[in-house]
Design a protein around this ligand. Structure first.
Ligand code: FE2
Ligand code: FE2
Length: 206
């Protein structure tokens, strides 16, 4: 099939628009959360925003040979998730990630393969798997927030200060880090920090 008249080129443009918007939504969310003192969540949203930018680039590059000719997207819908609250931001992000990974990208991959664009199908398939991980990451953090486990836990919980690396042991995080005086928003349950850092790597604190 000719790429210029394919459904795949439209799907690529939709994916590019979706990733670009996700990147901005997560950047806005990160800023909101940073202002509220949720430094770990700020980092996670920033990290994820950068990954959405990488996805956007992959899709945009597949459109390169259409340079100069716009691609129209008929009847697309995009989320409005402009919340001020961490739980809502996390749950909305989770929902959107699962939408991409479970429905949208697998369908786009199927169509791309059918239309004879296996390299495009490969991108949709692989990025769908990444979006699944994103969904799980947001879901795990939403659960921590909803169960108020971000700052309190079992007797000997280890809490990790993202600023100086101090590990505090106890049922709750201190108001301020005893070593560097950062406020409690810099602390994160150490086991989640390790889990997420091992799996995805974490950006250095800004
Ligand atoms: Fe993405
Ligand atoms: Fe994502």
């Amino acid at each position: 099939m000719d790429f210029n008249s394919s459904q795949t080129r439209i799907n690529l443009m939709r994916a590019f628009a979706g990733e670009s918007q996700a990147r901005n939504r997560y950047t806005f969310a990160a800023e909101t959360l940073k202002q509220q003192g949720w430094y770990f969540l700020y980092n996670i949203f920033t990290l994820t925003a950068n990954q959405e930018k990488a996805h956007a680039k992959i899709f945009y590059d597949h459109l390169k040979n259409l340079n100069g000719s716009p691609v129209e997207i008929p009847q697309a819908a995009y989320p409005v998730d402009n919340y001020d609250n961490a739980e809502q931001l996390l749950r909305a992000a989770q929902h959107n990630e699962y939408g991409e990974s479970d429905d949208v990208y697998p369908e786009f991959a199927r169509i791309a393969r059918e239309e004879g664009f296996p390299e495009v199908a490969f991108s949709f398939e692989k990025i769908a798997l990444i979006e699944k991980e994103h969904g799980e990451r947001f879901s795990c953090l939403a659960e921590l927030m909803e169960k108020s486990k971000m700052f309190s836990g079992e007797k000997d919980t280890e809490w990790f200060c993202l600023n100086c690396g101090h590990i505090h042991k106890g049922p709750a995080v201190p108001e301020h880090c005893p070593v560097c005086s950062s406020d409690r928003g810099y602390f994160v349950p150490f086991k989640y920090y390790k889990l997420i850092a091992e799996k995805y790597g974490l950006p250095v604190m800004e």
